[in-house]
Design a binder for this molecule. Structure first.
Ligand SMILES: Nc1ncc2cc(-c3cccc4ccccc34)c(N3CC[C@@H](N)C3)nc2n1
Ligand SMILES: [Ca+2]
Length: 462
């Protein structure tokens, strides 16, 4: 097992990873930018290195600065967290090429493959994992879009090969839009991902976003740890995530979980990863669940630990980050798929420093006054904040995560309302009032909301 791990991240996920290290008796190394020199995660580490100025490109994203810090600290491994360099295959390869330093994550090859959506789709199709009906080769000419439209109908999604996470998707509603949207998708792919290859999929009008947590070791053991329902999103940003999904029947849950396992196996995937699926909603009566004949389709793989991994940890009792470290150190997974059980219900609320009443405008700074997180049975807060901290606004607006676990969804709602009402943060705006409002929303309460629900109900003019 490693003796010292450098965490190439900041904020709550850096503290989360350092806690897993401490649990394993591993010393921790933090890196920080000028903006974070008094940062919460630095306070938690055994040692810390400045990697540059506030600008992420010159600090947290600077491959050489991070690897130099690992060398200076004599760290055995680097854990990237999420965001920043977590899905950068070039960085992963550079870490692996650095003598004596191990990458805590999947192989650079897996990361490369997951980034090329058509290759991922081809691998999944060969593993009998349903993919969204569409092309597995890039398309270049508008005639291909028109032919596709003839066969599959409209709307059509034109997606950038290097896209994902909400970027690089154009929707074609009719043949006369095809030419402009094809050009726009190629231009956007070139601009954002330095890759103008695009492919086609039938556009699903109103899907749920269901993702399966995968944990695999380097000895061929692949487990799925159940699903998370991330359908409550605003402009492609997840706001509330939960598990198990209120829409899936046990049969469908098993089908999707096994599909993800087959996909991970076929891709020779190892470490933690998330297989994203779109699940088509059907007309359902209250309380009725989506059965085994419901349509679900593979979307993409996330080759990193995700913000919402805590939902799965609370449901299964599996410490996913600890297993990332063990797997990276060559250990075997010591539990069988049959041992994995989802106990009760868990919901994660992202505590963003934003003003929901002002179109979720991010806070522009300020000093944290009272900071008094909730507690009690089934209440978990992952953060890096302390009373009196200056709010760092150079990166993203999420300052903490509240994860609530209870025996069932109804009890989880009640415990969540109690925890959110207890969460006392002064001095900066947060979306806690928005979360409390969501707990009273009929569609969210019935679990019938889909990925479009928030965008259609928050910004009706969108
Ligand atoms: N063929 C087809 N049909 C419907 C889709 C709908 C979305 C989508 C659109 C808007 C919000 C979403 C939230 C979660 C998951 C997917 C979405 C979508 N996304 C959005 C980001 C990227 N991960 C893929 N792809 C789709 N693909
Ligand atoms: Ca993604």
């Amino acid at each position: 097992m490693f003796e010292k791990v450098l965490v190439a991240n900041r904020g709550e996920i850096a503290v989360r990873v350092m806690r897993a290290c401490e649990d394993l008796g591993i010393d921790t190394v933090a890196v920080y930018s000028e903006a974070d020199k008094h940062g919460g995660h630095v306070r938690y580490a055994d040692e810390a290195y400045n990697v540059g100025p506030a600008r992420a490109a010159d600090s947290y994203l600077d491959h050489d600065a991070v690897i130099d810090a690992a060398r200076k600290a004599d760290a055995d491994a680097i854990h990237p967290g999420y965001g920043f360099l977590a899905e950068n295959a070039t960085f992963a390869a550079a870490v692996e090429a650095t003598e004596g330093v191990t990458w805590v994550g999947p192989s650079a090859e897996s990361m490369e493959q997951a980034g090329e959506k058509t290759k991922a789709r081809t691998t999944m199709e060969a593993a009998d994992v349903p993919i969204v009906p569409g092309t597995t080769d890039p398309v270049t000419d508008v005639s291909e879009v028109e032919e596709f439209g003839e066969e599959y109908g409209y709307p059509i999604a034109i997606k950038a090969e290097g896209g994902g996470g909400g970027r690089g998707m154009k929707i074609v509603h009719s043949p006369d839009e095809a030419a402009d949207q094809l050009d726009a998708a190629k231009r956007e792919g070139e601009a954002y991902f330095d890759n103008d290859s695009v492919y086609l999929e039938r556009y699903l009008e109103n899907p749920r976003h269901i993702e399966v947590q995968i944990l695999a070791d380097e000895h061929g053991n692949v487990r799925h740890l159940g699903e998370r329902d991330c359908s409550l999103q605003r402009r492609h940003q997840k706001v509330i995530e939960e598990g198990p999904s209120p829409a899936l029947s046990e049969e469908l849950r098993e089908e999707i979980g096994n599909a993800a396992r087959r996909g991970a196996d076929a891709a020779d995937y190892y470490n933690a990863g998330t297989f994203e699926f779109l699940v088509e909603e059907e007309q359902r009566d209250d309380g009725e669940l989506l059965g085994p004949d419901a349509n679900f389709y593979f979307l993409e793989v996330n080759t990193r630990i995700q913000v919402e991994h805590c939902v799965t940890e609370e449901l299964t009792g599996v410490d996913i980050v600890k297993w990332q470290l063990r797997v990276a150190a060559g250990e075997e997974i010591d539990f069988a798929q049959e041992d994995v059980e989802l106990d009760g219900h868990a919901i994660e609320f992202r505590i963003n420093a934003e003003n929901a009443a002002d179109d979720f405008a991010p806070a522009t700074g300020g000093e944290l006054g009272t900071y008094d997180p909730p507690g009690g049975i089934g209440v978990r807060v992952d953060d890096a904040l302390r009373q009196g901290d200056d709010l760092v606004t150079d990166y993203d607006s999420m300052v903490a995560k509240l994860i609530v676990h209870a025996g069932d969804r109804e009890e989880c709602f009640a415990r969540s309302e109690r925890a959110l009402s207890e969460y006392d943060i002064e001095g900066i705006p947060t979306i806690i009032p928005f979360h409390r409002l969501m707990l009273t929303d009929d569609a969210f309460g019935a679990g019938t909301h889909t990925t479009k629900y928030l965008d259609e109900h928050l910004d009706p003019e969108r």
